[in-house]
Design a protein around this ligand. Structure first.
Ligand SMILES: [Zn+2]
Ligand SMILES: [Zn+2]
Ligand SMILES: [Zn+2]
Ligand SMILES: [Zn+2]
Length: 456
């Protein structure tokens, strides 16, 4: 762990973690290291992913001359991580291409296994990563889909089930993948990367670091992790294992299921989630409708009782929040366009839910995404300005919550701020100045993506 401003420790509850062993300045780079392995992300998605560069394949794919899997270009099929790894296995075993995210995840595991022959040193480091098998005496078993794919489909019979299980665990819990849901790139990269030092960081729903993926000229990748806020000696150096814009209950369930720990971070323990009221639903018993229902015991998740912060009315979470949340999820799913999404927002924000409720944030995020892609094409100026004012309102609401969950020098916050600026410029109507301003911001957003500042 040379050069790291922290030491790795182990705790029964949270597993391995990295503790600062000196004061770290805001913005200071904490970790720079090359990836041990890079592969396509197994996150659910409907796309074909290029096995060379891990970008989403847009339009007609180019098929690899050797294995026939879809790629985005001929150059990509020559990239070593494909050509020297699954490509020859696929050719020999006749593995046909699929769109199944699970198969992309399986490819990632296969690559890690094949690393043993390609780079023993990296392989040994990789094997030191946590695999989630908390009970050391219990035999690790590979998930059925993984064993099926690697042993049968790929005909790689030399790997035993225990090794497959360990590797599945390593890939599942240590991968650094996409975290940003406001992706506007044309061909986003859907990659999962494995690092050693960066994997020592524990999770916090308000992390004190941020990271970027850096693409090196030789098609390898590195990570840079920096402190977004000052970190005192003795404090944990933390990252996010999942999208922290998800609800408290969803986050904790996912962390428990995938990483085998119950998050008790400051945000998870606070019923108001740091004063944002991110999960609060309106109390239906309050005379003036002023109160919000909040969990009485956030650690009990969906089994908790919720209580109104104004009138004291109390009810189980399952009764006071689940029905309304389920309905709105359905409404959002069925919404055909942004007009319908805005209708949902108007119907529920500050009426059935707190205006900052995560579902209202989801709604705004979706509207902003659509507006960003369409607003500049609105020809009539008054209409465009009117839409821009709405966009600005949504962007500001999103930015406020983003600020609470990503304090300090965070790239996600920086990006959110650019959308506020973009909407602001659009509200000024037309003219050379406005066009210049818009071009400038658009350029920053697009360039940022190219440079992987806002990678997805
Ligand atoms: Zn490619
Ligand atoms: Zn190939
Ligand atoms: Zn948490
Ligand atoms: Zn009440």
């Amino acid at each position: 762990m040379n050069g790291l401003p922290g030491v790795v420790k182990t705790d029964e509850k949270i597993g391995r973690y990295l503790e600062a062993n000196r004061d770290i300045k805001q913005g200071e780079i904490i970790i720079t290291e090359e990836a041990l392995m890079v592969g396509p992300s197994g996150d659910p998605h409907p796309f074909k992913i290029c096995l060379g560069c891990c970008r989403v394949v847009i339009g007609e794919p180019v098929y690899c001359g050797t294995c026939k899997w879809p790629m985005c270009s001929e150059a990509c099929e020559k990239i070593a991580l494909h050509a020297k790894f699954e490509c020859r296995v696929f050719k020999n075993a006749g593995v046909k291409p699929t769109n199944d995210p699970q198969d992309y995840h399986n490819i990632n595991i296969l690559r890690c296994l094949m690393l043993k022959e390609a780079n023993m040193k990296k392989y040994e480091t990789l094997m030191k990563l946590e695999s989630g098998g908390g009970d050391k005496k219990k035999k690790v078993v590979a998930p059925k889909e993984v064993a099926e794919f690697i042993l049968k489909k790929c005909n790689q019979k030399s790997y035993d089930n225990e090794l497959l299980g360990k590797m599945s665990g390593i890939v599942a819990i240590n991968s650094f993948a996409t975290t940003d849901r406001l992706s506007l790139s044309i061909a986003p990269r859907m990659a999962a990367l494995l690092f050693y030092n960066a994997s020592m960081m524990s999770h916090d729903c308000v992390p004190n670091t941020s990271w970027i993926r850096v693409e090196n000229p030789d098609n390898t990748f590195s990570i840079k992790v920096w402190a977004t806020v000052p970190i005192k000696s003795g404090q944990l150096i933390t990252t996010q294992y999942l999208d922290v814009t998800r609800s408290q209950i969803e986050r904790r369930a996912h962390l428990q299921e995938t990483y085998n720990f119950a998050c008790s971070c400051k945000r998870c323990s606070d019923p108001t989630e740091l004063g944002t009221f991110y999960g609060a639903v309106k109390c239906t018993k309050c005379p003036k409708g002023k109160g919000y229902m909040l969990s009485e015991d956030p650690m009990k998740a969906s089994d908790a009782n919720w209580k109104c912060n104004a009138c004291g009315n109390s009810a189980p979470y399952r009764e006071c929040a689940v029905p309304i949340e389920t309905n709105i999820v359905e409404e959002i799913r069925a919404a055909a366009d942004e007009v319908e999404l805005e209708r949902i927002l108007d119907k529920h924000a500050d009426i059935t839910l707190h205006p900052n409720h995560w579902l209202m944030m989801d709604c705004r995020q979706e509207i902003v995404k659509r507006l960003f892609n369409s607003i500049a094409t609105i020809k009539e100026v008054p209409r465009r300005v009117e839409r821009a004012q709405k966009m600005l309102e949504y962007c500001r609401a999103l930015h406020k919550v983003t600020e609470a969950f990503y304090p300090g020098n965070n790239r996600i916050k920086a990006r959110s701020n650019l959308y506020v600026q973009y909407a602001e410029a659009l509200t000024k109507g037309e003219g050379e100045e406005v066009d210049k301003e818009l071009d400038r911001i658009e350029e920053v957003i697009r360039k940022g993506e190219e440079m992987n500042l806002f990678e997805s």
